[in-house]
Write a protein that binds this ligand. Structure first.
Ligand code: ASP
Ligand code: MG
Length: 418
């Protein structure tokens, strides 16, 4: 059993859907579970519908635009599939009815209900196409299997309850040989039966959840890039593909901001030693990146990650007392309460510095901090992280720039740059 995941970019239009069929056609004899995201920018458009619904603005045109685009794509890739056309239409009708009634639920619950439609539509369309393209496919509602808590928009998986639902997966998989099961990423259901979502870009994580439940032999994330690179190829010249890295290294890279895979994806895979492949749906014969337990090649090339739009905050006690446990405790408490993620921190005798990209919340917190501390900040900084650095790489990346903060450990060098 292999798990494949196709993101929104891979199914953004009719040609994308046809290409998914071409990629799957290369695996005619494999048992496959295929996880698909919402088409293109559908999730963003649905988020706009949530805002309008919550603010009591009309939604008719917004829903109508999505309906038109999805219906046209279905018509292009699976003409005459009246059954799917009816199911798609019923789903839009349900959404219209919901969105035309005044919002009755809290924002995040309403969000999950509305936004989860995107994945349902895309999977209906892709399944319809595969069935017409000679790749018989079963469609499954992922909410039948993936159970979470009720923390809407960032739901946490209930592994035990989900595992208890694995029978649903197995049953669907047994309906044909070889099995080809298509389902949604990103969406799930809470214990009390409400729609939940796993956080933006959560479909990678869904693929890992299903692989974990099924003890799959591997997960492949099909992307518009050829794998994981040692830097963002859209930003730096001469980047190198990382052909083989360990889970640990991949977790570190995504923690520092490499955006190729959703950070939570790796933990369940690592737990069951299920390898993860990152490959290109535009060039499916290329080998891509393998992520598994072998770490010998981790240190072979320096990797570097740049996070833009960082806010560097320096906090000094007003009475110039040293920054020690007590005020650190107080400062951390304020950050934790505000829910601000700290990307880097450093302290000296009189100042504690923090870097974050959670800018609006941080500005609110600065006001609060100013009651007890002198606070200075620098906006629009870059946070550069270099894994497995060597001096020539650092010199090249830092040429002509003076870091505001600099930190080095054995494997990782980090710089805050203006
Ligand atoms: N459609 C969702 C999003 O755009 C989930 C995903 O793409 O992974 O965030
Ligand atoms: Mg998406």
């Amino acid at each position: 059993m292999k798990v494949f995941k196709f993101g929104g970019a891979s199914v953004k239009d009719a040609e994308g859907v046809r290409n998914v069929a071409r990629v799957l056609g290369r695996f005619p004899d494999d048992d496959l579970v295929v996880v698909v995201s919402a088409m293109g920018k559908t999730t963003n458009a649905l988020e706009e519908i949530v805002r309008a619904h919550q603010e009591g603005r009309p939604v008719r045109e917004l829903v109508g635009a999505l309906r038109g685009a999805h219906a046209a794509t279905l018509e292009a890739v699976a003409p005459l599939d009246h059954d799917t056309a009816n199911r798609l239409s019923a789903s839009f009708a349900e959404l219209e009815k919901h969105a035309e009634r005044p919002a009755a639920w809290p924002y995040d619950q309403d969000y999950d209900h509305i936004v989860s439609h995107g994945e349902l539509w895309s999977t209906l369309i892709v399944a319809a196409h595969l069935n017409q393209a000679g790749l018989p496919t079963q469609w499954l509602d992922a909410r039948e299997v993936v159970v979470t808590d009720a923390l809407h928009r960032a739901a946490r998986v209930d592994w035990e309850r989900s595992a208890a639902r694995t029978g649903v997966l197995h049953k669907a998989l047994q309906r044909q040989k070889p099995a080809r099961l298509l389902t949604q990423g990103f969406i799930a259901r809470s214990i009390d039966g409400k729609a939940t979502t796993l956080g933006r870009e959560g479909s990678d994580f869904s693929a890992a959840i299903l692989a974990w439940l099924l003890d799959a032999e591997s997960v492949t994330i099909w992307k518009d890039v050829a794998g994981m690179f040692n830097a963002d190829p859209k930003r730096f010249p001469d980047t190198q593909l990382l052909p083989h890295i360990s889970y640990r290294e991949a977790i570190e890279l995504s923690y520092f901001g490499a955006s190729v895979i959703h950070p939570r994806t790796l933990q369940p895979l690592q737990q069951k030693k299920i390898p993860l492949y990152v490959r290109s749906f535009l060039d499916p014969s290329a080998p891509g990146t393998t992520i598994d337990t072998a770490g010998e090649a981790d240190t072979a090339v320096p990797s570097f990650i740049v996070k833009p739009r960082q806010l560097l905050i320096s906090i000094t006690p007003r009475d110039l007392s040293f920054v020690v446990e007590e005020n650190l405790h107080h400062i951390f408490g304020l950050f934790a309460r505000a829910g601000i993620r700290i990307d880097l921190m450093q302290n000296s005798a009189l100042a504690f510095s923090v870097v974050t990209d959670d800018v609006p919340r941080a500005h609110a917190l600065i006001e609060e901090l100013r009651r007890d501390y002198q606070v200075r900040y620098n906006q629009d900084c870059e946070l550069l992280t270099v894994r497995h650095f060597d001096e020539p790489t650092l010199q090249r990346l830092l040429r002509g720039r003076t870091p505001l903060v600099e930190q080095r450990s054995r494997n990782t060098a980090r710089f805050v740059l203006r």
